[in-house]
Design a protein around this ligand. Structure first.
Ligand SMILES: Nc1ncnc2c1ncn2[C@@H]1O[C@H](COP(=O)(O)OP(=O)(O)OP(=O)(O)O)[C@@H](O)[C@H]1O
Ligand SMILES: [Mg+2]
Length: 274
């Protein structure tokens, strides 16, 4: 599907139901003997923007890697569109994955990095040029199309990796703290762009962050995770109307409430985690 065939936001949003698109049942992730994610249940609905909010080191990236099929679940199961997807979502649908550490190939230019991803995803070659241009422009890095990744700043690389994930015309988007390397002004502009894009395409999106305000600004629902090994503390329906504004006092109040709620849970524990 592309943006045109997905249709306008209103139609897609109207199609949003309580039937999950993606369902995690008791998902446990281990690195060796160590459990880093402990029996997570969660759902992502069609067209939904879901934020996974958790403290540093709690297991968010480990969970996304399992979803993408880059690591195996140690327990539990994944279901996608009603069918088993425990081996990873990439086996069944096109996944747009923004890695926390961008993972651009250093020996390919920015444009070539995006081409490689589109080729692997089966995007017709005739669309490559326009897609590269569109998403690099959206992420405000179009002038770096022929540059080597090493010549870019960390934030520019991060934006190229977002462009790469979106250019593959994904069925589902997994984003791992994509704006953490950006200054606040650029990050705000990027969040606005991402919101606009999601309103147009309604591609189900799982967005990992440790920023409470960012989660509340972007998401329809926020799943709040505990200190590692991550488990779900609570799920919050974000009651803020759209379009949202970063300066909105209701957002600030809600963020303060969430902070007060999770403060004790997120306090670093002494000694090594189990
Ligand atoms: N490949 C690995 N091998 C062994 N342990 C790992 C590996 N990757 C991560 N870990 C450990 O698993 C735990 C969870 O790491 P993870 O990267 O998933 O956390 P996170 O929530 O994404 O943190 P952050 O917000 O800092 O990115 C950490 O204690 C980390 O040290
Ligand atoms: Mg991480």
């Amino acid at each position: 599907m592309n943006e045109t065939t997905r249709g306008p936001a209103v139609a897609d949003k109207a199609a949003t139901t309580d039937e999950p698109y993606l369902e995690l049942r008791g998902v446990t992730v281990r690195h060796g003997e160590r459990t880093v994610v402990s029996g997570i249940d969660l759902t992502l609905r069609p067209g939904e923007f879901l934020a996974l909010l958790g403290p540093s080191g709690c297991g968010k990236s480990s969970l996304l890697q399992v979803l993408a099929g880059l690591a195996r679940v140690a327990g539990g199961s994944l279901r996608l569109d009603g069918a088993d997807a425990t081996e990873g979502l990439g086996q069944r649908v096109r996944v747009g994955y923004v890695f926390q550490d961008h993972r651009l190939l250093p020996w390919r230019t920015v444009g070539q990095n995006i081409e490689i991803a589109m080729k692997a995803a089966g995007v017709p070659k005739a669309e490559w040029d326009e897609r590269i241009d569109r998403f690099l422009s959206m992420l405000r890095v179009a002038e770096h199309r022929t540059a080597w990744p090493m010549r870019l700043s960390g934030g520019q690389r991060q934006r190229v990796s977002i462009a790469r994930a979106l250019a593959v015309d994904p069925d589902i988007v997994l984003m791992d703290e994509p704006f953490s390397g950006l200054d606040e002004v650029t990050a705000r502009a990027m969040r606005q762009e991402l919101t606009r894009l999601h309103e147009t395409t309604a591609v189900p999106t799982l967005f990992v962050t440790h920023s409470i305000r960012e989660a509340l600004f972007l998401a329809d629902r926020v799943v709040i995770l505990s200190q590692g090994p991550a488990r779900v503390l609570k799920t919050l329906d974000v009651p803020l109307v759209r379009p949202r504004r970063h300066e909105d006092s209701a957002l600030t109040r809600l963020a303060d409430e969430v902070v007060a709620d999770v403060l004790r849970e997120w306090e670093p524990t002494e000694g090594p985690a189990s």
